[in-house]
Design a protein around this ligand. Structure first.
Ligand SMILES: NC(=O)c1ccc[n+]([C@@H]2O[C@H](COP(=O)([O-])OP(=O)(O)OC[C@H]3O[C@@H](n4cnc5c(N)ncnc54)[C@H](O)[C@@H]3O)[C@@H](O)[C@H]2O)c1
Length: 352
């Protein structure tokens, strides 16, 4: 049950590390819908930290996260810095006894995610792979878990993206590419539905674009179309999830269609819309007619969901179940294997 910050009976005392672009545009404004008390802001740009702290009623600002961890009376931190910095800042926070929410991507390579898991202890750790939390994905998961639906067989997703060549160099030199920054968004949808991957194969088109084939360990196959060259800001993102004789489509994060199939007789059927309401599609779509919350981007894209799940886990003293560090490890392994594939199938190690 959602609680406005001002109404929450128990508020988690938080500090935010990183008051840059994403943080200022999306994280800070979302706090108003969460059971938190913003105590401190840390940013290596102290003026920025102080100005943002003042604006949001936080009484403390710091030029260093470590100083904030040591001096501030906080229970949890929200890290919104960069995948280069998240592992070190997270491990230091866990060592200081703090719960950690970090923005995506968790790290530059999978070993760094394993290091965060090793340092976590009984603290809550959540990574903001927002698409795993978006209402359309949560609804699709609810449908897939219903009696009579499934089993899941395959997922196809389209996202404007490419996977760089020279993947070995990208990994060795810790290059920050778009595959790192944004590839994790569609990958998080594939892994949310299909679970950990056992192998991946990258096929690169000669003129750009391509496909990433994801063999999930549970037998589901993922087909990630790398739609490099798609026009910007067109409705470019789409997923279709195929279960047995049923499918679910997610378009533009805001529209979910559940296709239940239609009774059909090949040689004798005379109507595409036979009587009854058992077949056909059920459609849910965010509407922009009212000043409500559910149509705002921080809700439709999962920003609220990821932070709310973090707060719920902290308040219940329970490990997170979505966007976990284990999920981040599985995802980062796919990120790495896709870079190394060059057309060959790369097996992926399972487990810790
Ligand atoms: N979920 C999304 O849709 C989404 C969108 C954009 C960015 N992001 C993520 O948010 C994070 C930040 O991205 P951004 O675009 O806001 O970057 P940014 O460069 O605008 O902001 C980063 C901020 O961190 C500060 N900083 C850098 N090193 C620091 C340190 N060691 N300690 C404290 N502060 C430090 C910088 O001064 C800056 O203010 C990245 O991980 C990025 O992937 C997520």
């Amino acid at each position: 049950m959602m609680e406005y910050m001002r109404d929450a009976k128990r508020r988690i005392r938080i500090g935010i590390v990183g008051a840059g672009s994403h943080s200022y545009r999306n994280i800070f404004p979302t706090l108003t819908y969460l059971p938190v008390e913003l105590v401190a802001v840390a940013d290596i740009d102290l003026d920025r930290a102080s100005a943002t702290a003042r604006q949001y009623g936080a009484t403390e600002s710091y030029a260093s996260a470590e100083e904030m961890y040591a001096k501030s009376d906080i229970e949890a931190v929200v890290l919104c810095v960069s995948p280069q910095m998240h592992p070190a800042l997270t491990i230091a926070a866990f060592k200081a006894g703090l719960h950690v929410f970090m923005e995506k991507p968790a790290a530059m390579v999978a070993d760094e995610v394993a290091g965060m898991i090793a340092a976590r202890g009984d603290r809550v750790g959540v990574v903001g792979y927002k698409k795993a939390f978006m209402p359309a994905v949560r609804k699709a998961q609810e449908i897939l878990a219903m009696d009579g639906v499934g089993p899941l067989r395959s997922v196809v997703g389209t996202y404007p993206m490419s996977i760089p060549e020279n993947g070995r160099k990208v990994l060795d030199e810790r290059e920050a590419t778009n595959w790192l920054a944004n590839g994790c968004h569609p990958l998080s949808v594939f892994l949310e539905f299909g679970g950990p991957a056992a192998a991946v194969t990258t096929h690169r088109g000669k003129n750009g674009g391509g496909a990433l084939i994801i063999h999930h360990a549970n037998g589901t196959i993922g087909n990630f179309h790398l739609a490099q060259g798609a026009p910007a800001f067109q409705p470019f993102e789409r997923y279709v999830i195929y279960a047995d004789k049923q499918s679910i489509e997610i378009e533009n994060s805001r529209r979910l269609s559940y296709q239940r199939g239609i009774e059909f007789a090949y040689a004798t059927g005379t109507s595409f819309a036979p009587p009854g309401l058992a077949g056909g599609a059920i459609v849910w779509e965010a509407q922009d007619g009212l000043n409500t919350l559910e149509n705002k981007a921080v809700f439709t894209q999962g920003l609220y969901g990821e932070l709310a799940h973090f707060c719920e886990s902290v308040l219940a003293s329970q490990p997170a179940t979505i966007g976990t560090l284990e999920f981040a490890l599985d995802l980062t392994r796919v990120y790495e294997a896709a870079l190394l594939s060059e057309g060959d199938t790369v097996e992926i190690r399972q487990g810790a």
